[in-house]
Design a protein around this ligand. Structure first.
Ligand code: SF4
Length: 65
């Protein structure tokens, strides 16, 4: 089962928590103040679950293909 890490841009408020916790995985586009997933593969090197659980608006989730 393939899982994709998704950020719902409609929900994201650009707080930067995810990119602070997992900078190899998430990056904040400061122009539009939205985070995006820049390298899902780097999840194996950090604790993405902490980032998912720390997002104040619940914008980060796994989507199963
Ligand atoms: Fe957006 Fe959530 Fe990341 Fe904050 S933690 S930048 S609200 S996705």
């Amino acid at each position: 089962m393939v899982k994709d890490l998704i950020i719902d841009e409609e929900l994201c408020i650009g707080c930067g928590t995810c990119s602070d916790l997992c900078p190899d995985v998430f990056e904040l586009n400061e122009t539009i103040e939205k985070a995006y997933v820049k390298n899902q593969q780097a999840c194996s090197q950090c604790d993405c679950e902490e980032a998912i659980n720390s997002c104040p608006v619940g914008a980060i989730f796994w989507k199963e293909e």
